[in-house]
Design a protein around this ligand. Structure first.
Ligand code: UD1
Length: 418
């Protein structure tokens, strides 16, 4: 298994380009299942999760073809609307094919994803939504088996804000009979991006980006072309990389407003952040203060930047209290940061970080999930000596060439093949 070796102590400077969003691309790719023909997507990042999605689409009789960052998906009726365990277990987001397959073909057999490193992450809300739209559901042999001659619109209030659940509901409701109202819906930019594509396909949807989304079902959709939004999590990670090394880094090609919660926190820490129309710059700072953070659904501070922000807080003056409000087991990076010399006390959903600038020293550490891996790379940038981050396949699921981007800013970083 590949690892990444970072030699800390270099100040990052310069400009770096953001890739398309993984979390926006995945649902949009699954949305292609809603209409036969050729769908074309621009700004699709090259990532393992995108490969897994393509593999699943191909198993459903689709063709996929890449030309640079453009991915063309040719959709045809599958022999059977089934997402097998072998493919779903590689990527939890595969559950997103449930809504499109069910609404299009009147049945779907989708494997349950099983556990994952950042908690139990159930899919009960996805399944319940299909039931509310009129599907008969059986759970058998580890599969969700859903059937409905045609889904029927309904008013659905999510008991918890769920990004994937909202996306699945949207994709199911666009071809349902009548009107569906989703209350307490997710407002994430990735949900909005999905709505933009569904609308381009001919769907009738109102209210995206708010907590109430209304969908009027239509009989048929058609393929179209769509550009995936920039990855706000990658942009935030790169901005923190600049910050933690005390450098001047401009992240280009992002949507600054999507990162407002991070920008506010960095400013609270004392960083100077400049915003352009499609760029963000963090200016060099010799020191910064600790700040408390609580993760919550958008537009609050994203859980997907919690681990990276924690790495930054290990180098702050003072104490930071970091509260994880979305997932119950998302502090797996804490023990690894502690191995590098960080002073962090985790307590259930809260971690107390006592900043100690210059006190990290390189070590071999283990990546446990996607964002945890990024946090360890960031800590490595600030540590003295060499940090070897193992199990880097997690990073490859969601970051396009992170080591090359960081090296372009002046980091001493290399990938080591096992
Ligand atoms: C998406 C993102 C992920 C991000 C997360 C929260 C993708 C591919 N992944 O994940 O990077 O960290 O949003 O911003 O877009 N829940 C249930 N039952 C369900 C569904 C969710 O209890 O059926 C719970 C989850 O365990 C979690 C919370 O709801 O505690 C939010 O999860 P959700 O927003 O659904 O996350 P994902 O869509 O899986």
């Amino acid at each position: 298994m590949d690892s990444i070796v970072v030699t800390g102590g270099r100040t990052l400077n310069g400009t770096v380009q953001v890739s398309g969003s993984k979390n926006a691309a995945l649902p949009v790719l699954f949305a292609s299942l809603l209409a036969d023909g050729e769908h074309r997507f621009d700004n699709v990042p090259r990532l393992r999760d995108i490969d897994s999605t393509e593999e699943l689409l191909r198993s459903l009789n689709c063709s996929t073809e890449r030309d640079g960052n453009t991915l063309t998906v040719g959709v045809r009726r599958p022999d059977a609307p089934v997402a097998p365990y072998d493919l779903v277990r590689k990527m939890r987001a595969s559950i997103l094919c449930l809504g499109p397959l069910l609404t299009r073909y009147g049945e779907a057999r989708v494997s349950l994803p099983g556990g994952c490193a950042i908690g139990t992450r159930p899919v009960d809300l996805h399944v319940e939504t299909m039931q509310r739209l009129g599907a008969d559901i059986d759970i058998e042999g580890g599969y969700v088996i859903a059937k409905a001659s045609r889904l029927v619109g309904e008013r659905i209030t999510f008991e918890k804000v769920t990004v994937g659940g909202t996306e699945n509901a949207l994709m199911a409701a666009v071809l349902a009979q009548g009107t569906t109202v989703l209350e307490n819906a997710a407002k994430e930019p990735e949900v909005v991006d999905l709505v933009h594509y569904l609308r381009a396909m001919g769907a009738s949807i109102d209210g995206e980006g708010t907590s109430v989304i209304t969908i009027d079902g239509v009989d048929e959709l058609r393929p179209n072309r769509h550009r995936i939004v920039p990855d706000r999590i990658e942009a935030g990670t790169l901005l923190i990389a600049g910050a933690i090394t005390g450098g001047n880094v401009t992240v280009e090609g992002c949507v600054p407003v999507h990162l407002q919660a991070l920008i506010d926190k960095l400013r609270e820490c004392g960083f100077s952040i400049r915003t352009g129309s499609e760029s963000l710059t963090v200016e060099a700072a010799a020191s910064w203060q600790g700040a408390d953070v609580t993760t919550a659904p958008y537009p609050a501070f994203p859980t997907d930047l919690q681990a990276q922000f924690m790495a930054l807080m290990t180098q702050a003056d003072g104490t930071s209290v970091i509260t994880e409000g979305i997932f119950e087991n998302r502090f797996m990076h804490v023990q690894e940061l502690v191995r590098l010399g960080a002073n962090i006390t985790p307590m259930a959903q809260v971690a107390v970080v006592r900043g100690n600038r210059g006190e990290l020293s390189g070590a071999a550490v283990m990546a446990t999930d996607l964002r945890a891996s990024a946090s360890l790379v960031l800590a490595g940038l600030a540590a003295e000596g060499e940090t070897q981050v193992n199990r880097i396949y997690h990073l490859d699921r969601g970051y396009e060439q992170l080591e090359r981007k960081l090296a372009g800013l002046g980091a001493k970083i290399r990938r080591v093949a096992a």
